[in-house]
Design a protein. Structure first.
Length: 355
């Protein structure tokens, strides 16, 4: 579903996967589809929602976390990550979340709850961001006596993110590889995720951290989308028109032989023994013509009386159901077979020529 209802080409609101990838990247689209569209349920997708998730979940929660961790490791320790084991109670709370996350992800996947599994991984990343706010590495860096505590904090962050990045591989493989590469970490086996502290103490993070997901401006995105897909006004059903099989062309001379005039129906009755025909007496100028029409299913005799109609007056007389017809009333027919008499738009006198 689109944000404002079902996708429709006539509305011009169809989202194409290749265009989403061009804007956001493959892994961002993977994340959105898997996280926002639960198994066996409808999901909602829109440009606005994609940008919101890009900025909040991917750029901020994950991308900013990795960038801050790598940047602080470079700034305070030249990129070297060491575990000095200067622990505090807040560390145990972080480790508890990290060690519980793999089993939570497994449990969700066994129930095919993919969206919930991804949420568990991002809960781990959010806990890492909270850990930064709790430990305040920038404040620790100002006190030389707390340098080993600062090293421990950064080690805990790198270790935690490494576990989260490994779990993310099944859902966002390119992002998983990029995060681990920036941290100088290796992928873990599932059997290794019950232990905290497997990141080799003394490893180095990358010197130049890469922005994983750049924040996007919704106005800029929508402007580009508008260039690609100008908004189309939805054509109302009655405005779409009807295509019919064309007949052979006639010359202007042939057309000129037909005479059309305005007539006024002065009386009308059903043709006996016919389910379709009405017989009308039509005043055309000073004369009255009898015209039989197959419109009984659409008009009652009473409805016909008093109508101004358009008449082909020089049609050769013929008998229909045994009743003489001396002309033809002009009607329009829609795709459902519904007939409507053609009537003059303005008040015209009986006998006026239609040209």
């Amino acid at each position: 579903l689109q944000g404002d209802g079902k996708m429709s080409k006539s509305k011009g609101n169809v989202l194409y996967a290749d265009e989403l990838v061009d804007f956001f990247g493959v892994d961002a689209v993977r994340y959105f589809v898997l996280h926002e569209m639960p198994f066996e349920n409808d999901g909602v997708i829109s440009w606005e929602l994609m940008v919101e998730r890009m900025n909040s979940d991917l750029a901020n929660t994950l991308g900013n976390l990795v960038n801050r961790t790598v940047s602080m490791s470079n700034k305070y320790f030249g990129g070297v990550v060491e575990n000095k084991n200067v622990n505090e109670p807040v560390d145990e709370e972080l480790k508890k979340v990290v060690l519980e996350t793999p089993n939570k992800v497994i449990a969700k996947m066994e129930e095919l709850r993919v969206a919930d599994a991804i949420t568990e991984i991002f809960t781990l990343f959010k806990r890492c961001n909270k850990y930064i706010d709790e430990t305040m590495p920038w404040a620790l860096a100002k006190d030389e006596a707390k340098k080993e505590r600062l090293a421990t904090v950064l080690y805990n962050l790198v270790e935690s993110i490494s576990v989260g990045a490994t779990l993310l591989e099944s859902f966002m493989p390119e992002t998983s590889d990029k995060v681990l590469a920036q941290l100088g970490a290796q992928k873990r086996k599932l059997s290794q995720m019950d232990t905290f502290g497997l990141y080799p103490s003394g490893n180095k993070v990358t010197e130049k951290p890469e922005i994983l997901f750049a924040r996007m401006d919704i106005n800029e995105v929508m402007a580009k989308v508008a260039e690609l897909h100008p908004v189309k006004e939805e054509v109302k059903e009655e405005e779409k028109g009807i295509d019919i099989e064309p007949k052979d062309e006639i010359t202007f001379e042939e057309f000129g032989k037909m005479q059309f005039q305005v007539g006024e129906i002065i009386s009308c009755e059903a043709v006996k023994k016919s389910k379709k025909l009405l017989c009308s007496q039509v005043k055309i100028g000073s004369q009255v013509k009898q015209i039989v029409s197959g419109i009984k299913a659409h008009y009652t005799p009473e409805e016909m009386v008093g109508k101004k109609v358009m008449v082909l007056v020089n049609l050769k007389p013929a008998k229909l159901a045994g009743v003489l017809s001396e002309g033809m009333l002009l009607c329009a027919e829609d795709e459902n077979g519904e007939l409507s008499l053609m009537v003059p738009e303005k008040k015209m006198p009986s006998g006026a020529e239609i040209c």
